[in-house]
Ligand binder design. Structure first.
Ligand SMILES: Cc1cc2nc3c(=O)[nH]c(=O)nc-3n(C[C@H](O)[C@H](O)[C@H](O)COP(=O)(O)O)c2cc1C
Length: 216
């Protein structure tokens, strides 16, 4: 069984989503010591934004465009293609995916979006049937999202409609077939020191409860 751990916060050691995602991974490894861990820090080693040349070379429908790009032997592009392949392989091989999600400007960090752009690929993680029906191809995974938000956005709060991180990731993972999605969010982290402590403690408790409740 493979465990893929991703972090996406730009705040380094003071990041709450990093602390929470590590907590999830630690508890998972305690519970299931045989898990093989792969770690990717999307902020320390950012994945480039998708480019037209990358798309043409990696997934281009037009063979001529792909061949022309590859013939140019652009070193940066070749490196990007290799990275894209590695990122997809890591995701497809994972049985469990744990993602530290930092809430920035009402959504996910651009670093995490760049990762999503590499794994939401037609023919690999989703496809449309001949009748036009969407089929997610990555449904064999359990995904944990450890989300850290400065303000309050959960159900019932006045800013709920401005939450585009959890809602976006729920859509993205559902689109590719993931149904086993576990969300642990700590929020109000910037409201006060006391709220920060309470939110982190509550999230850690929920992590422990969620992992204790998993089937062996
Ligand atoms: C660039 C940036 C943008 C942010 N935007 C928001 C925001 O739109 N709403 C909010 O409630 N908090 C916002 N925050 C606060 C973060 O959600 C908070 O610091 C959270 O802990 C981020 O996760 P991290 O600690 O893992 O980086 C922002 C913080 C940064 C650095």
């Amino acid at each position: 069984m493979n465990l893929l751990h991703l972090d996406s916060s730009i705040l380094g050691p003071s990041s709450v989503s990093r602390a929470l995602s590590s907590h999830v991974v630690e508890q998972l490894l305690n519970r299931f010591p045989h898990l093989r861990l792969t770690y990717r820090d999307l902020a320390a080693e950012p994945i480039p934004h998708l480019s037209g040349t990358y798309l043409a070379a990696a997934h281009g429908a037009v063979d001529a465009a792909r061949d022309a790009v590859l013939a140019a032997r652009d070193a940066v592009l070749l490196e990007d293609l290799a990275l894209g392949e590695t990122v997809m392989k890591e995701f497809l091989a994972a049985d469990i995916v744990v993602i530290g999600v930092a809430f920035y400007n009402f959504s996910i960090s651009t670093q995490l979006k760049a990762w999503i752009d590499r794994i939401a690929i037609a023919g690999k993680t989703f496809r449309y049937s001949e009748s036009g029906q969407l089929e997610g191809l990555a449904g064999n995974k359990r995904v944990f999202l450890a989300i850290a938000r400065g303000g309050f956005y959960s159900d019932g709060s006045p800013s709920h409609a401005m939450e585009h991180a959890e809602t976006y990731l729920r859509s993205a993972f559902s689109f590719i077939g993931v149904t086993d999605l576990n969300v642990i969010a700590a929020e109000g982290l910037k409201v006060s020191g006391e709220q920060r402590q309470t939110a982190i403690a509550q999230a850690e408790l929920r992590i422990a409860q969620t992992i204790a409740g998993l089937a062996a």
